[in-house]
Design a protein around this ligand. Structure first.
Ligand code: AMX
Length: 438
């Protein structure tokens, strides 16, 4: 079977041609308008970015190269003996637009495992961080430091042709994805399980098999399968979300993929974005503590109102684009239903009960445009059930995942020769003048 590189080499020219033709024939075509609300409202709804790997429909949710989540669950190869999507197969799909064969997926798993060890200087750097430093800060700093060995940066310094950018970008991206499990697991061990021996990477295991093993949960097959599904599903969610967009913006300056992804991780660390899964768990645990174990739906409703009246958001609900329950949330719910231990878990039960009442409460509250759960409403609680209880760490797992989509797009941005991103900003006075002229 073809390698990932060979497959990309084959698909890139056709896309380059497609884009060139679009630009030549329709460069001046108008595809939308800009309202004052778009400008002052966080650019919501503005179609202003090219992102080829996934498209988010407000009602249907995400599609990866046209495939919905249930489609992906049907066609993307799982781990040998497993059922859930392997993140490697999702990475292949995102990068090439093609569904990989099990052999191609296995080949990619092996390549990632072979490249997975951390350089010594990085281990020393991570080991020098104070245990009290937030795991996301550690991840972002360490990913930036990996640019010490950036192939793109070295090649750029030497002087390469623009047409060669993408091959060096791809090399960096694959190396970074390969190293994330060892890096993320080292942070976990240092912060939460210091002085426990860290296993080495097993060349015969997939990316998440290794990650789970390095975290110390390798013998929990259910958690490992959950992490495969979680990491595959969180990989990409269009280009406009804060982490993906940050990677794209920073990458557009021709900063190397390590710097671009480090910046993306800082965006992911915000509570309105990736930190939400830690917030959901904190909130759901506080609810459990206050209401006890056997709670009624009315008690949950009351608790929701208490949260809203105190001026806080209900974590895990609402979305910048989605206007329906997030299909990723649904996929995680279905995972819970297949495992008897999760069906009986008090924290998962509470998540499901909350889902029964929260949309109506949020509708009545009347502020949010989307009263339904996003993926974070469930994701952290499953980790908690399986014993991964350190919720400050959860966003790091999201960070391991989001690399699949954000780095894919960096490869494509270089392959398509996309320019430096530089939107036009206006002052309030200028905006007022523009309104008068309109
Ligand atoms: N609870 C209470 N109020 C909410 C709400 C929620 N879950 N979601 C939105 N609102 C409020 C907003 O705060 C805003 O109020 P304001 O007018 O007083 O500022 C109003 O409803 C309109 O917001 P919106 O247009 O519906 O949402 P948005 O696009 O501005 O923000 C999001 C989207 C996700 C930040 C928001 O829904 C939120 O804060 N949700 C809770 C946190 C969360 O779950 N984040 C995870 C997002 C997914 C991810 O990135 N992992």
């Amino acid at each position: 079977p073809q390698t990932l590189r060979e497959t990309l080499q084959e698909v890139i020219p056709a896309k380059q041609e497609q884009l060139k033709k679009l630009k030549t024939e329709h460069g001046n075509a108008v595809v939308g308008d800009v309202k004052v609300d778009n400008i002052i409202g966080g650019m919501r709804g503005l179609k202003a970015m090219l992102w080829d790997a996934s498209v988010l429909d407000p009602i249907e949710g995400i599609r990866f190269h046209g495939l919905s989540i249930p489609d992906c669950q049907k066609v993307l190869p799982p781990a040998p003996g497993g059922k859930e999507i392997l993140p490697e197969s999702m990475l292949w799909l995102l990068l090439t637009g093609q569904v990989p064969t099990p052999e191609q997926t296995l080949g990619l798993s092996r390549e990632l495992a072979e490249k997975g060890e951390l350089p010594k200087f990085l281990e020393d750097l991570v080991d020098s961080f104070p245990q009290t430093l937030h795991p996301m800060t550690q991840l972002s700093m360490a990913v930036a430091a990996l640019n010490h060995d950036s192939s793109f940066q070295a090649a750029y310094e030497k002087g390469i042709k623009k047409t060669e950018y993408w091959t060096h970008t791809l090399e960096d991206c694959i190396n970074l994805i390969a190293r994330l499990p060892a890096l993320a697991a080292r942070i976990y061990r240092n912060v939460y399980k210091p002085d426990t021996p860290l296993p080495t990477i097993n060349k015969d295991l997939d990316l998440v098999g290794n990650y789970s093993n390095l975290l110390g949960y390798g013998d929990n097959e259910s958690l490992t399968e959950y992490l495969r599904l979680y990491i595959a599903l969180h990989g990409d969610h269009e280009g406009g979300n804060a982490s993906a967009h940050t990677a794209h913006l920073v990458g557009s300056t021709l900063a190397d993929p390590y710097l671009a992804y480090s910046a993306a991780l800082s965006a992911l660390a915000g509570p309105l974005h990736g930190l939400a899964n830690q917030e959901v768990l904190r909130w759901q645990m506080a609810m459990q503590k206050e209401l006890g174990s056997d709670v009624s739906l009315d008690q949950i409703k009351e608790y929701l109102w208490k949260t809203l009246k105190s001026g806080q958001v209900v974590p895990g609900y609402g979305h910048g684009v989605l206007r329906n329950p997030d299909p990723r949330f649904i996929a995680l719910q279905e995972f819970c239903e297949t495992r008897p231990e999760l069906r009986d878990s008090p924290i998962i039960k509470l998540v499901q009960q909350t889902f029964q009442v929260a949309p109506d409460v949020l509708k009545e509250h009347g502020k949010t445009k989307n009263p339904y759960p996003n993926v974070d409403a469930a994701s952290g609680c499953v980790l908690y059930h399986y014993g991964l209880t350190e919720f400050k760490y959860y966003t790091v797992i999201f960070g391991v995942s989001r690399a699949l989509g954000a780095l894919t797009q960096l490869v494509w941005a270089r392959a398509l020769g996309l320019p430096l991103e530089r939107p036009k900003s206006v002052s309030i006075d200028v905006l007022q003048q523009l309104v008068k002229q309109a």
